[in-house]
Design a protein around this ligand. Structure first.
Ligand code: C2E
Ligand code: CA
Ligand code: CA
Ligand code: CA
Length: 274
């Protein structure tokens, strides 16, 4: 068994080494990407289903690397979280998003994704307040999207930060709702203004059981007096089901794809509430 172990070690070492090196290279590229201004935000519109009006947009981060091309957030945010890079990166995103929203029609909301690491860093509330002051966007127009895993450790400090931000009028949305393993528990313990039903449920809305779950979550939102947003809405059939069940908001390719700041501003000006 011992020699087998040595063989395995010899067998895997070069491969693992390449992985470690690739990972290290990504970390280095990521670190220099912020000062080199390689990051950008796209914005995806969010629609009120009953009125058909656009009520705001979600900021989605993009990394345009000169050597790697455009890297999707799922491929770099986890790395940025592990290295701590997400803290300055997230702070940049907040400012950039609020600055963009400052030129949108009054009342339209800007939603920004927040990572666990950011929320746990002592400077988060201060950074949020500073982004609002810098941009002149009122707190009531900012929504912070937090995934359930962020809340997993339920630290008293995270709760205090969320309460403080909410006290200022900032809205808190529970992102990817239904994919965590304690969604209902979080709803009970954390101050939440909105649930975003994960797009995997919307994609599978043709399935009877999934449709029953989505109906139940919409009903739950109504009972709790919180907004329910369906993510990943791609078809009229999906939107019809959501409308029929009283879902508050929809987001997805059917309503609008993520687009750059100039394009979203045009769209919002033409389709916002007057
Ligand atoms: P998310 O917050 O759940 O964002 C929604 C994702 O679904 C986006 O992917 C969006 O482009 C995609 N999407 C929107 N409509 C549709 C649709 O109709 N069909 C399908 N199939 N997909 C749709 P994206 O932009 O690749 O972002 C992936 C994830 O990266 C986000 O998921 C979020 O968790 C994270 N992320 C993005 N920007 C930031 C950021 O600034 N900070 C942090 N911490 N995370 C971010
Ligand atoms: Ca989100
Ligand atoms: Ca989501
Ligand atoms: Ca997600």
């Amino acid at each position: 068994a011992k020699s087998e172990g040595r063989n395995l070690y010899r067998f895997f070492e070069p491969g693992m080494d390449a992985m470690v090196q690739a990972r290290r290279a990504l970390e280095i590229d990521l670190e220099t990407a912020l000062p080199r201004q390689e990051f950008d935000l796209d914005f995806q519109p969010i629609m009120n289903i009953a009125s058909g009006e656009i009520v705001g947009a979600e900021a989605l981060m993009r990394w345009h690397s000169p050597t790697r091309g455009t890297v999707a957030p799922d491929n770099f945010i986890p790395v940025a979280e592990e290295t701590g890079m997400i803290v300055p990166l997230g702070e940049w995103a907040l400012r950039k998003a609020c600055t963009a929203a400052a030129s949108w029609p009054a009342g339209l909301r800007i939603a920004v994704n927040v990572s666990a690491v950011q929320l746990k860093s002592g400077s988060f509330a201060r950074n949020v307040i500073s982004a609002l002051a810098f941009s002149g966007v009122p707190a009531g127009r900012l929504e912070l999207e937090i995934t359930e895993t962020v809340l997993m450790d339920e630290s008293e400090a995270v709760l205090r930060t969320l309460r403080q931000l909410r006290g200022l009028g900032i809205r808190i949305a529970l992102d990817d709702f239904g994919t965590g393993y304690s969604s209902l528990g979080y709803l009970r313990r954390f101050p939440v203004d909105k649930i975003k039903i994960d797009r995997s449920f919307i994609h599978d809305l043709g399935n009877r059981d999934t449709a029953a779950i989505v109906r139940t979550v919409i009903g739950l939102g109504a009972e709790l007096g919180i907004t329910v947003t369906a993510e990943g809405v791609e078809t009229e059939a999906q939107l019809d089901i959501l409308r029929g069940n009283g879902c508050t908001e929809a987001q997805g390719y059917l309503i609008g794809v993520p687009s750059n700041a100039a394009d979203i501003q045009r769209l919002l000006k033409s389709r916002a509430l007057h």
